[in-house]
Write a new protein. Structure first.
Length: 439
C-alpha cells in the first residue's frame, strides 16, 4: 500500500513538475514542420510551395486559424500567393507597373476561407487556417500555399533563406527554429512512373509550449465515484480569476443575458465570454468512476464547455491512466492509444465521432459531450483505493488541464484518512523541495 502511495505521489509530482518544461512527454516528437520547396526559378527569384505539416498527435490549430510570419534576409518581395494571403501589402511605392502582393520585410500570411474561386486555390489550402491533429486526421493535418518571391536569389547558391519564423496557432505558444536546407523533396507523378524533385528545399520546425501560450491552464478536471458521494470539483480559480484575457467578465448561466441574441458571437480577438464558475475555466472534464463488475470497471467522461463564444470543432482529449492499456470498449467517442515510449501504454486520445459529437457546442444546454469507457481489471494493479481509478493527466485540445488537489480525491469509505493526510503533507513538502530545486 505504501509503495503504491508513493508511486501515486511520484506521478502527481511528475504532473505538477511537467508544467515547468516546454517538451510534452506524451507527444515527444510532436512538432509543426514547414517545408519550402522551390519548384521553379523566375527572372528575379523563385516560386515555392510552402507546406505546413502538423505532426502533433492531439494538438490541432482551431479557428480562427494559423498566422505564419518571417523576416526576409534581403529585400525580397512577394509577387503573388496562391491559397493564402499576406495580411498587409506594406510600402510598394518604388514599384512601377506590376505591384507586388506584399513588400513587407516581415510578412504575415494567413489562409484563405473555404469557397474562394478555384483559380485562387491549391491542394490543401483554403481551410480558414484550421489544421487537424495528426492522430485524429492525418489527411487534414496539413495546410499549403504557393508563393512567388521576387528580388531574391535565382540559384540554390544565391537564395537566402527567410529568418525568424513565427507561428500563431491561433494564439501564442509556438517557437520556430531556423530554416535549414534539406534534401530536395521528391514528387511522383500520378501514375507513379515519373519522378521529379524540388530545385531546393528547406524546412523549419516549430514546437509548442503551454507556458508560452498562457500563464493559466485552459481547462480543469473534476472527479466523482460510485463508492463515495463526494464530488471533487475543479480547483478554485483553476484557470485564473479575472487576471487575463477578459476573464474578469462572466455571466451567470441562468441570467437573461445568457439567453440574449449576440451572446454567442465570436470576437475578433478571440476573447471568451465565460459562464461564471468557481474555476473560471472554459472547459471542464469530469471523470466519474461509475461501476464495478467482476472483471471490468466503467468510467464516464463528460466534457463541458463554459465559453459562450466558442464552438470546439474537432476537439481532442488525452487521458493518462494505468489501466488504459486494457480498454475494452469506448462508447460514443473515438479512441486511439498513444504510445510515446513503446513500452509504456497508459495514454490514449479521444475525439468525437464525425457529425455526431465532434463539435463541442458553445456554453449552454448543448455545450457538452460524454462517453463511457469499459476497462478490464489488471489484477496486479487494479484498486479503487488511493484515487487509483482517477486519471493521472488530462489534456484538452493539447493543453494540460488543472487537476484537483491530490488530498481531495474521493477515497473508499474504509480506507484510513490519516494516511492520505500524511501523504498529502508529504506531497506538498516534496513539491516545495522541487520548487526550490527548480528556482
Ligand atoms: C518533427 O516531427 C516529425 C514527426 O514526428 C519527426 O520525424 C521529426 O524528427 C521532428 N522534427 C524535429 C526537428 O523534432
Ligand atoms: C531576427 O530576430 C533577431 C532577434 O529578435 C534580430 O536580431 C534579427 O535582426 C532578426 N533578423 C531579421 C532578418 O529580421
Ligand atoms: C545546388 O545545385 C547543385 C547542382 O545543381 C547541387 O549539386 C547542390 O547540392 C545544390 N545545393 C543545394 C543546397 O541544394
Ligand atoms: C456554434 O454552432 C452553431 C451551429 O452550427 C451556431 O448556431 C452557433 O452560432 C455557433 N456558435 C459560435 C459561438 O460560433
Ligand atoms: C497497447 O494497447 C493496445 C490496445 O490494448 C494494443 O493494441 C497495443 O499493442 C499495446 N501496445 C503496447 C506497446 O503494449
Ligand atoms: C492489460 O494490458 C497489459 C499490457 O498490454 C497486459 O500485459 C495485461 O495482461 C492486460 N491485463 C488484462 C487483465 O487484460
Ligand atoms: C469520501 O472521500 C472524501 C475525501 O474526498 C472523504 O472526506 C469522505 O470521508 C469520504 N466519504 C466516505 C463515506 O468515506
Amino acid at each position: 500500500m505504501d509503495l503504491r502511495n508513493s508511486m501515486l505521489l511520484a506521478l502527481l509530482l511528475a504532473v505538477t513538475c511537467s508544467v515547468a518544461v516546454a517538451y510534452d512527454p506524451l507527444d515527444p516528437n510532436g512538432n509543426i514542420t514547414l517545408q519550402w520547396d522551390v519548384i521553379s526559378w523566375t527572372p528575379d527569384g523563385y516560386v515555392a510551395m510552402v507546406t505546413m505539416n502538423n505532426y502533433q498527435q492531439y494538438r490541432g490549430i482551431m479557428a480562427p486559424g494559423w498566422t505564419l510570419g518571417w523576416s526576409w534576409a534581403k529585400k525580397e518581395v512577394i509577387w503573388s500567393i496562391v491559397g493564402a494571403q499576406a495580411t498587409e501589402q506594406g510600402d510598394c511605392s518604388k514599384f512601377k507597373g506590376g505591384i507586388p502582393h506584399s513588400c513587407k520585410r516581415t510578412p504575415s500570411i494567413v489562409d484563405l476561407l473555404p469557397g474562394v474561386p478555384y483559380n485562387q486555390q491549391i491542394a490543401n489550402c483554403c481551410k480558414a487556417g484550421v489544421v487537424s491533429a495528426y492522430g485524429q486526421d492525418p489527411a487534414g493535418a496539413l495546410s499549403a500555399f504557393q508563393v512567388s518571391v521576387g528580388l531574391a536569389g535565382t540559384t540554390n547558391k544565391t537564395v537566402k533563406l527567410p529568418r525568424n519564423f513565427t507561428l500563431m496557432g491561433p494564439g501564442p505558444g509556438y517557437t520556430c527554429g531556423p530554416a535549414r536546407v534539406a534534401p530536395s523533396t521528391v514528387y511522383w507523378s500520378a501514375d507513379h512512373r515519373r519522378r521529379t524533385q524540388a530545385l531546393m528545399t528547406w524546412t523549419v520546425t516549430c514546437t509548442y509550449s503551454q507556458q508560452l501560450a498562457s500563464r493559466y491552464p485552459s481547462c480543469c478536471v473534476s472527479f466523482s465515484s460510485f463508492y463515495n458521494s463526494t464530488i471533487v470539483p475543479c480547483a478554485k480559480c483553476a484557470c485564473g480569476c479575472g487576471h487575463h484575457r477578459g476573464h474578469a467578465e462572466c455571466i451567470m448561466g441562468d441570467s437573461k443575458r445568457a439567453l440574449s441574441a449576440g451572446v454567442n458571437t465570436p470576437r475578433k480577438d478571440g476573447a471568451p465570454l465565460l459562464q461564471c464558475t468557481s474555476h473560471m475555466c472554459p472547459i471542464r472534464v469530469h471523470w466519474h468512476v461509475k461501476l464495478n463488475y467482476k472483471d471490468y470497471w466503467r468510467a464516464k467522461i463528460a466534457i463541458t464547455n463554459f465559453n459562450y463564444r466558442m464552438n470546439y470543432t474537432q476537439w481532442t482529449l488525452v487521458a493518462q491512466h494505468p489501466n488504459m492499456d486494457n480498454i475494452t470498449e469506448v462508447f460514443s467517442f473515438q479512441y486511439k492509444p498513444l504510445v510515446p515510449y513503446g513500452s509504456i501504454n497508459d495514454t490514449g486520445m479521444f475525439y468525437g465521432l464525425k457529425m455526431y459529437n465532434d463539435l463541442l457546442m458553445e456554453a449552454g444546454p448543448f455545450g457538452n459531450v460524454q462517453s463511457e469507457l469499459l476497462m478490464r481489471k489488471d489484477d496486479r494493479t487494479f484498486t479503487f483505493s488511493q484515487g487509483w481509478a482517477f486519471p493521472r493527466k488530462i489534456y484538452f485540445n493539447g493543453d494540460e488541464c488543472k487537476m484537483p488537489s491530490p488530498d481531495s480525491y474521493p477515497y473508499l469509505p474504509n480506507s484510513a484518512p490519516s494516511r492520505s493526510r500524511i501523504a498529502s503533507s508529504l506531497a506538498s513538502g516534496l513539491f516545495l523541495l522541487m520548487l526550490l530545486l527548480v528556482v
